[in-house]
Write a protein that binds this ligand. Sequence first.
Ligand code: PLP
Length: 443
Amino acid sequence: MTVNAPATSTRSEALFARAKAVTPGGVNSPVRAFRSVGGTPRFIAHADGAYLTDADGARYVDYIGSWGPMILGHNHPAVRAAVAEALLGGTSFGAPSEREVLLAELVTRLTGAERVRFVSSGTEATMSALRLARGVTGRKFILKFRGNYHGHADGLLVEAGSGLMTTSGELGAAAPSSAGVPEEYAALTLVSEYNDPAALDSLMAERGHEIAAVIFEPVVGNAGVLIPTPEFLAALHRVRDSGTLLIADEVMTGFRLSLNGATGLLGLEPDLRCWGKIIGGGLPVGAYGGRAELMEYVSPSGPVYQAGTLSGNPLAMAAGLATLGALEANPGIYQQLDRYTGQLAAGLRSAADRAGQPLSINRVGSMLTAFHQGVPDGSIATYQQAAASDTAAFAHFFQSVLAQGIYWAPSQFESIFVSAAHGDLELERTLAAAEQAYQTGGT
Ligand code: PLP
C-alpha cells in the first residue's frame, strides 16, 4: 500500500474554483478552506479505515476523523451494514421509530443520563440545553469560557474558539465573535477564563443569581487541546451553589475519552450534557440529556419548546447504534487509542527535539494538539497561552506532512483525532513525515 500525495491536486484545485463560484469561500464549514495554513483544500473522493483519498487519487493518513465522529475508522463494516439495512426501510418518517428508543436506551445506560433528546447537530444540542436551563431557572444569562466552542448559535459566538481563532485573522477577537450577532444577545453571555478558578468564583459571587447555566468543554478541543485542572473542575461544580446548572459540552469528548466521555474519565457531575459527533457515527446527530426532573421541562412534557423535522432520523440512529454498540462491545479500543496517541506524542516530541523545534504537546487519550511554542508539554492551559503559538511554524508542519500523505487538522487551534483503524504502519508513516517537517522548518 503506498501513500502517494502529489504536490498539486489538480482536480481539487478545479473543484475548489467551481465551489467558490457557488458556495461562500468554496466550503460548507470554514476551517475546511485551509485559510490559516494556505494552499488548496483537498476534495475527498472516499474514505476507508484510517485513510482519506482525494479527488486526484492521493491517499492520506487521516487525523481529522470528520472532526471526531469516525472513532472506529471510516467506512466501518458494522456501521455501513447498519445504515444499509436502515436504508431499505425508508429514510425519514417524521414519526417515532424503534431505533430512537434503542439509541436512547443505549445512551442513558452508558452515560447515566435519565432522559435524552436527539437533535441533528452539536449546535442544536448546546442551543437546546441552554434554552432548557433558562426555562428551568427563569434566568437570562449564561456563562462560557474564552476559546471554548459550542457551535454557531448566536449567544455562543462570543469569545469562541475553533475556526473563530483563525478565520477572523485576529486572535482573541472581542465579543461577539461574528458579525450578525446583536450586541444585546452577546450581552447575555458572560465570559470567564478557562482554568482560572478564582475568576469563575468571583464572577459567580457577583452574578451567580442571574446565571442560568455555565457551559464548558470538559477537555477543550477548540483552542487546541486544553486540560482542566482539578481546581478548575472543583470551581465548576461550585457554580451549582448559586442554583446555576452546569452543562458539560461533550460534543467532542463524549464516547471518545471513555464510554462515558470526559464525565466518566474526570468524575464530573454535570446537570446536563450535550453530545454530537460519535453519537451519530458519521451521520448528523446531536443530543442533550440529564436528570428526568430537568429534561421533563422539554416539550411535549414541559414548556421548553424544541423540535426537528429530521430528529431521530432512522439512518442516523442506525449509524449511532452501530458505533456505540461497537465501542461498548470492545472497550479495549480506548486503551488502543491511548497507546497509539501516546506513541504519536512521544515520537513528535523526540522528532521536534532532534530538529531543535519548539513544541508543547497537550494530550488526553486520542485528542492531541502539538502547539508550536517552547514551553513544557502539558503547560498550556488557557486560551491566551494557546494563542501565543507560532502559526507560521504550524503551517509549515501542516503543508510538509500533507505533501507526505498525512492529513493533519488544518489549524493550530484544533485537536487531532485518532481512530481504532490507526495502527503501526500509520504511526511509522506519520512520524517519518513529522521528522522531515521539523527538520525543514525554520526556528
Ligand atoms: N460543541 C463542541 C465542543 C464542538 O466541538 C462542536 C463542533 O466542533 C460543537 C459543539 C458544534 O457541533 P456541530 O458542528 O455538530 O454543530
